[in-house]
Design a protein around this ligand. Structure first.
Ligand code: ZN
Length: 503
């Protein structure tokens, strides 16, 4: 993300009917299943689209290619409630038996006015709570207990799950969407649904990488997975989501059901909006789409064109963009200039005003798009090593501005005494310090490395980083190992100064 000190956004939709591509048994089966689920409780029926299978990687849990989320969502716009059922399939690949599972329930950080990370100006109608609650959870067919602990929810299994065994978790949940201009919230006609669903946390040999509430940063760490999502919304609304829309079916109750599929997705995010316009363009095999409110076609066209240019630049430098579509949506959001999700970014709608952040808008766009590589494809623990994705997103954006736009890079991007890139979010006590560490510190590390090794070698480091850790989670140590390998010289001294030993 790119944080902002203050501010905010929103779009007309060229009512375009999706061709009924898959008006076949798949859709009928899914709709029947949806009806059953909303009338009764689970079991959540199988969606016809299945995750690809391959051998498990011992030690990585959840293993990306063994994990699928099948979600059924129904948005109640009168009460701002999203009703969800999740069928999560994975396998115990951690190498040991498992007697608990931990989930991130991000909306729970918005429950109370004194602990919400959203800035006050985002509550346009006064404080309004958001939350995510589990109603029922079953693990491998057995009803189990669960315990809400802030933004994390612990699920106890009825009996230990042996290493190598399949795991099937069924969750009936609901999320209250606050009236809030934020990455999770709504302004009544636009629903920004980032991190809205229960997401399985990552288990390493050192334990669970659970999330915690932080007023700054993106407190997330997830493995990629396969998603098949059925979304039911009033038909006056439209939607934008991670992945690709397989079908849209008009129901006889004034609602539409979309079937959406996403492969190798780090997260699944969603925007449901009224009266937006969609424009799109095919650029080197990727369909780039832009969604905006109001009469802002000129700015949106420019953003669409630039987005394609930026995607092509990163693809040529680091490695190809892996999805069929990339989407940019302008939304009412305070506290961030932009927010990255898999295959989709949110930008605050203020961008649509001519002259908004004239010096910074291209940088912000390039930063958010760079997260498709650094966060999306190569994952990292954004709580414990936020410098990894934020530093690289900043450096990548500057390289784009310099090499394609011919812009000058700001001076002073170099090591300064006291920098410590190894700080985790909970050891950082202000957003200024966070920005100084993850963003300024992170980009300076890369500019410094370019001075040491030259640009060609740094690009080789990054190509290898992507190739080795695509659809995985990389750590600082992993990256340092690659730098040492590719440098052809001793890098200990250089690395040491950015990561001073802990007292
Ligand atoms: Zn960022």
């Amino acid at each position: 993300m790119v944080k902002s000190s203050n501010n905010n956004y929103g779009c007309e939709f060229v009512q375009k009917r999706y061709t009924y591509l898959f008006m076949s048994l798949i859709v009928i089966a899914v709709l029947c299943a949806t009806a059953i689920v909303y009338k009764k409780q689970p079991p959540v029926p199988a969606v016809a689209l299945l995750a690809p299978q391959s051998p498990a990687v011992a030690g990585i849990f959840p293993a990306p290619d063994k994990t699928s989320y099948q979600m059924r969502l129904r948005l109640d716009v009168s009460n701002n409630i999203l009703y969800g059922t999740t069928l999560l399939k994975t396998q115990n690949t951690c190498g040991n038996k498992l007697d608990e599972l931990w989930f991130t329930a991000y909306p729970n950080c918005l429950q109370k006015s004194d602990t919400t990370p959203a800035p006050q100006e985002a509550y346009f109608a006064g404080f309004n709570p958001g939350w995510l609650r589990f109603n029922h959870v079953k693990v491998n067919g057995q009803e189990v207990q669960f315990f809400e602990k802030g933004v994390s929810i612990q699920v106890k299994t009825a009996s230990a799950i042996a290493a190598g065994d399949d795991i099937q978790v069924e969750i009936i949940w609901q999320a209250k969407i606050p009236r809030l201009k934020y990455r999770f919230g709504s302004n009544n006609t636009v629903y920004m649904l980032g991190n809205f669903y229960p997401a399985l946390n990552v288990l390493t040999k050192d334990g669970w990488l659970n999330s915690y509430n932080s007023v700054f940063g993106d407190p997330f760490c997830f493995q990629t997975a396969y998603y098949a999502v059925s979304l039911n919304i009033p038909n006056a609304y439209n939607m934008v989501a991670t992945g690709r829309t397989v079908s849209r079916t008009t129901e006889d109750d004034g609602r539409d059901t979309y079937l959406i599929e996403a492969r190798d997705a780090r997260d699944f995010s969603l925007l449901v909006m009224y009266d937006y316009t969609e424009i799109k363009q095919e650029i080197k095999g990727v369909t780039v789409k832009c969604y905006f409110p109001g009469q802002h076609t000129e700015v949106a066209q420019k953003v669409l064109r630039k987005s394609g240019q930026i995607l092509s630049y990163y693809a040529s430098r680091f490695g190809s963009y892996p999805y069929e579509e990339f989407k940019v949506a302008f939304v009412p959001m305070q506290g961030f200039h932009g927010m990255e999700y898999c295959g989709l970014i949110f930008l605050r709608e203020d961008f649509l005003q001519q002259g908004y952040e004239p010096e910074r808008s291209e940088f912000i766009l390039a930063h958010e798009i760079a997260h498709q590589w650094w966060y999306g494809m190569v994952g990292n623990d954004q709580l414990r090593e936020p410098w990894l994705d934020e530093g690289l997103a900043n450096w990548s954006a500057y390289k784009y501005l310099q090499e394609i736009e011919g812009k000058q890079i700001p001076s002073g991007l170099e090591y300064r005494n006291g920098m410590d890139l190894g700080k985790e979010m909970r050891d950082i006590f202000s957003s200024q310090e966070y920005y100084r560490t993850a963003y300024t510190g992170g980009e300076s590390f890369w500019f410094g490395l370019e001075k040491e090794l030259g640009n060609d070698r740094v690009i080789k480091v990054l190509r290898r980083y992507l190739a080795d850790y695509k659809n995985k989670i990389a750590t600082t140590q992993d990256l340092m190992d690659i730098i040492k390998m590719e440098a052809g010289q001793d890098m200990s001294e250089y690395i040491y100064k950015w990561f001073p030993p802990k007292p």
